[in-house]
Structures are given as structure tokens and as C-alpha cells.
Design a protein around this ligand. Structure first.
Ligand code: NAI
Ligand code: MG
Length: 498
């Protein structure tokens, strides 16, 4: 039953909680013995694991339990400097002289080793970051390998990107990545940089550094010269030291819009190259002529995949007014079927929220949303007692001005609005400071093409959502970032073309 809708913007009187999920599954836990987690992790500089000059370490926890699983070295300015020096040394040395063909050969090896060690990476990713094992196993690790395969193929073909021009690497790249796709973001950044002949200092996010450090092992196993890839751990200060290091030629950042702006400001006076992949508030649009059940699955995948920790999550749903009751009802039913729980259980759809900080942010925003109004519905799926969990929820009957429709939540929270005409759908979809992605659900091909062209979004999916491919460029409009990553387009930000 759908709650009667009141058009006025006033705080909700009653929250709707579902009756819960009815079908029981036997737990099917993925084993963890394949992973060895060292109690303490050092920095990967110049091909070796070295203790930090800072002498400081910090904890990384398993968000599924809230318990500490390991310690990470905290890189300070001096450690960042050592890493940049190692990268410069490798750039001026063996790596700089290596042919594209040989670089490609090494990158192919990384891809193959990742495939061979896929289960180890998937389990570690889930333990450190809280995402369901079925996602790390079926999405993160295969896509990470795909990025290395794809870019390995480019390494000896870069001259074809700009015929009759000189194509050369930019030099030492500083790469800073977030916690939502730790291994995939590392692959996404490293593969093009290395294919283009650069060397790299990579800083993973402070809550999810373990798979990047395991990747260091893979680079050694593949036979990369020392210093081509350096991996340093730490939080914002470490990232800022990397951004501001004078001998870094390019910064690639994925993360929050606020930090992206800060980085852009702090290097504005330099000639460092910069690419930014920032936040999103992407619209998923369902027309009355769409295959509704298929669209419901796409919407669920678009917002609840990876606990909503997805920059291009379809967090704003726009539904044609004539079908909104049916869509909301079906979505509520589907919400109740989402299994929230232990990320290591192969049945789990929604795992743990990445950190306590992020969980608190989601709770605060949802409370604010309730105060602002709309009809709130949340799955009453039982949540584990320990760890950081949040049941998937949605706000229907909200206006474009509703705060939850405007800011990135990065959690399993969907907002639903209606529209009457395609033009209204376009206007509402484009009414955002972001422009990363969008989805269209309709069976009319010409309508899909027309609307896709009018949407201010870097990626538009039609009758599907959250599909990624290393050959396809990814990036956004407006506050969603600068530049494109992936595909042929993505190579240009790692090259000088004279
Ligand atoms: P964040 O932007 O602070 O973190 C991303 C990366 O940047 C991390 O590696 C972090 O250590 C580093 N960093 C932080 N401050 C820095 C600085 N001043 N200079 C250089 N590097 C710095 O994101 P945070 O705080 O973890 O998440 C806050 C919100 O940001 C989330 O709730 C979400 O809305 C958004 N976010 C968006 C992401 C995206 O992919 N678009 C990814 C992560 C967060
Ligand atoms: Mg962790």
C-alpha cells in the first residue's frame, strides 16, 4: 500500500517500515584463509616495503565488525618526498627508456596475475571495505584486470593517437583515490598512467588501503622496475603533500567535490596537469512506456549497489506521473527483498557502510530528509548487531528543492520525483550542480536518443545502469569533475602531445 501523498512540503507524520524479508537462505560464507593480513603494513617505495620516516601508524578496520584488522604506515612529507624521488629515478632510468611493447608486456602480466589471484583480492577487498563478496568477486576484481588488459594494448600504439605529432609521457603522476572501489580505482588510475610511460605515486584512501598494497606485490611479481609504482598510505595530509610536491607533473584525483576544489586551487599556480572525478547526483528516468519490472531492477542496481557508495549512483529517480504509484509499490516490495548483512556471505546484496563516519553522515542526512518532508520508506531487514550497517530506504513525493535531491549522500538512499512530459524530465534531471551519469528507461529508441542528447551527464545509460567498460570514457559535467578517464579519451591526460 502506498501512503497518500500530500503536496505540501511538511515534515512527515509517519514513517513506513516494511514487514521485512520473508525468504530464508542458509548462510554461505566465503572463506578467508586465502588472505594473509600482516599486522602492520609499510610503505611501498622504490620496489620495497619500507618503514615510514614519520614512525607513525594508524588502524584500518573491517567495517562489517568495526574491529581493527591491521595497521598502516602514515606517510608524512618526507615519506612523500622519498616516493616522488623513487618515481623520478625510475622515470629517468630503465622505465623511461623501455619500449611501449615492453611496457605493454608488463601490464599484460599484471592483468593475468590479478586474474590468477582474483579470489584473494576479492576477499581482502570485502574484509577491508565492507562490500558484498559477490560484488568484489564479480565486479571489482574482473574490471580491475580488464583495465590492465585494455591499457596494455595501448602501450605500443600511442603514436596513433596523434599522427604526425610527438607523443610523450608527462612524467611523475600523483594519484589519489577513494574508498568506494579501492582496487578498481587503483587499476583505473595506474593502468593508463603506466601504459603512457609515466611513473606513479599512488595514495589509496585511509580506510581501504590493503588491496592497493597487495597490488604492490603484483607489480614486483610481474617484474616492474623498482620505483615505477610507489604506494603510500595516509589520510588527507598525505594526499595534500603529494599534490603540493614540486616534482609531480600530474595529479589525478577521485573523491569528494570539496577536496577536488581544494586540489584545483592549490595547484592553480603550477603547470601540473589535473584530472578530477568527483561527486554526482545522477537521475534515473522512467517513462510510462518502459518495461517496468526491468526498470525496477535497474533502479535498485543503480542506487543500492555497493551500499550506494558509487559516484555515479542513480540516486534521484524521476518517474512519469501516470505510473508513479505502480513504480513506488514495486520498489517498496523490492526493497524488502534486499538482503543486508555480512559482506562475506554470498547471499548478501548490501554489505557494510565503509566507515563509522560515513554511516553517521548517512544517518544525519536521512534525519534531515525526514524533517524536510516526503514519504519515507525503509526496509526492516534485520541488521547485524556489530559493524556499520544501514537499511536501504527511499523518499517519494519530494520536490527538487529537497536537500536530499541536491547533495550527494553516498549511501543507500533514493529520492523519487514525478514528471509529466519529456521536457520536464530533462529539466529536472539537469537541475543539479553535478552531471556525472543518468539513466533512461523507455522502449522508444528515438525518444531515448533525443533525451540522452539533452541530458548534461558524462555517461547516459539506456535501459540499463552501472555498466562499465575500460574502453569507454568516464567523467562528468559541472561539479562532477574535469577530464575523462578510460578509453582513448582517458589517455590524453597522461600524455604530452607536441
Ligand atoms: P575525500 O574526498 O576526503 O577522500 C578521497 C581521497 O582524498 C582519500 O584518499 C583522502 O585521503 C584524500 N584526501 C582527503 N583530503 C585531501 C586533501 N586535502 N588533499 C589531497 N587528498 C586528500 O572523501 P571522504 O571524506 O572520504 O568522503 C566524504 C564524501 O565525499 C562522501 O560522503 C561522498 O559524498 C564523497 N565521495 C565521493 C567519491 C566519488 O567517487 N565521487 C569518493 C569518496 C567520497
Ligand atoms: Mg578498512
Amino acid at each position: 500500500m502506498i501512503k497518500k501523498i500530500s503536496k505540501s512540503k511538511k515534515p512527515i507524520k509517519a514513517e513506513k517500515k516494511s514487514k521485512g524479508f520473508k525468504i530464508d537462505y542458509s548462510p554461505s560464507l566465503e572463506g578467508t584463509s586465502i588472505v594473509t593480513i600482516k599486522p602492520r603494513n609499510e610503505l611501498f617505495i622504490g620496489g620495497k616495503f619500507v618503514a615510514p620516516k614519520s614512525n607513525k601508524y594508524f588502524d584500518t578496520v573491517n567495517p562489517a565488525t568495526g574491529e581493527k584488522i591491521s595497521e598502516l604506515a602514515l606517510a608524512n612529507k618526507d615519506d612523500v618526498d622519498s616516493a616522488v624521488k623513487a618515481a623520478r629515478h625510475a622515470y629517468n632510468g630503465e622505465w623511461g627508456k623501455m619500449s611501449g611493447k615492453d611496457r605493454g608486456r608488463l601490464l599484460f602480466r599484471v592483468a593475468r596475475i590479478l586474474q590468477e589471484r582474483a579470489r584473494e583480492f576479492a576477499v581482502l577487498e570485502t574484509l577491508d571495505g565492507g562490500k558484498p563478496i559477490k560484488e568484489s568477486r564479480d565486479v571489482d576484481v574482473p574490471l580491475a584486470a580488464q583495465h590492465f588488459f585494455y591499457h596494455a594494448g595501448w602501450a605500443d600504439k600511442l603514436d596513433y593517437l596523434a599522427p604526425n605529432k610527438k607523443v610523450s609521457p608527462v612524467g611523475v603522476c600523483g594519484q589519489i583515490i577513494p574508498w568506494n572501489f579501492p582496487l578498481l580505482m587503483a587499476a583505473w588510475k595506474l593502468a593508463p598512467a603506466l601504459a603512457c610511460g609515466n611513473t606513479v605515486v599512488l595514495k589509496p584512501a585511509e580506510t581501504t588501503s590493503l588491496t592497493a598494497l597487495l597490488l604492490a606485490d603484483v607489480f614486483n611479481e610481474a617484474g616492474f622496475p623498482a620505483g615505477v609504482v610507489n604506494i603510500i598510505t595516509g589520510a588527507g595530509e598525505t594526499g595534500a603533500a603529494l599534490v603540493n610536491h614540486p616534482d609531480v607533473n600530474k595529479i589525478a584525483f577521485t573523491g569528494s567535490t570539496d577536496v577536488g576544489k581544494l586540489i584545483a586551487k592549490s595547484i592553480a599556480h603550477s603547470n601540473k596537469k589535473l584530472s578530477l572525478e568527483l561527486g554526482g547526483k545522477s537521475a534515473n528516468i522512467i517513462f510510462a512506456d518502459a518495461a517496468i519490472d526491468q526498470a525496477i531492477e535497474g533502479v535498485v542496481n543503480g542506487i543500492y549497489f555497493n551500499q550506494g557508495h558509487v559516484c555515479c549512483a542513480g540516486s534521484r529517480l524521476l518517474v512519469e506521473e501516470s505510473i508513479v504509484d505502480e513504480v513506488v509499490k514495486k520498489l517498496q516490495r523490492r526493497l524488502d527483498m534486499i538482503r543486508v548483512g555480512n559482506p562475506l556471505d554470498k547471499n548478501t546484496d548490501l554489505g557494510a557502510i565503509n566507515s563509522l563516519e560515513q554511516l553517521n553522515k548517512i544517518k544525519e542526512l536521512v534525519d534531515l530528509g525526514k524533517k524536510e518532508g516526503g514519504d519515507f520508506y525503509q526496509s526492516s531487514s534485520p541488521l547485524p548487531k556489530k559493524g556499520y550497517y544501514f537499511a536501504p530506504c527511499m523518499f517519494s513525493n519530494v520536490t527538487s528543492a529537497h536537500t536530499l535531491n541536491r547533495i550527494e549522500i553516498f549511501g543507500p538512499v533514493l529520492t523519487i520525483q514525478t514528471f509529466r512530459t519529456p521536457d520536464e524530465a530533462i529539466t529536472k534531471a539537469n537541475d543539479s550542480r553535478y552531471g556525472l551519469a543518468a539513466g533512461i528507461w523507455s522502449e522508444k529508441g528515438s525518444k531515448n536518443l533525443k533525451i540522452a542528447g539533452a541530458l548534461k551527464a558524462g555517461v547516459v545509460w539506456v535501459n540499463t545502469y552501472n555498466k562499465f567498460d575500460a574502453a569507454s570514457p568516464f567523467g562528468g559535467f559541472a561539479e562532477s569533475g574535469w577530464g575523462r578517464e578510460g578509453g582513448r579519451h582517458g589517455l590524453f591526460s597522461y600524455l604530452k602531445i607536441d
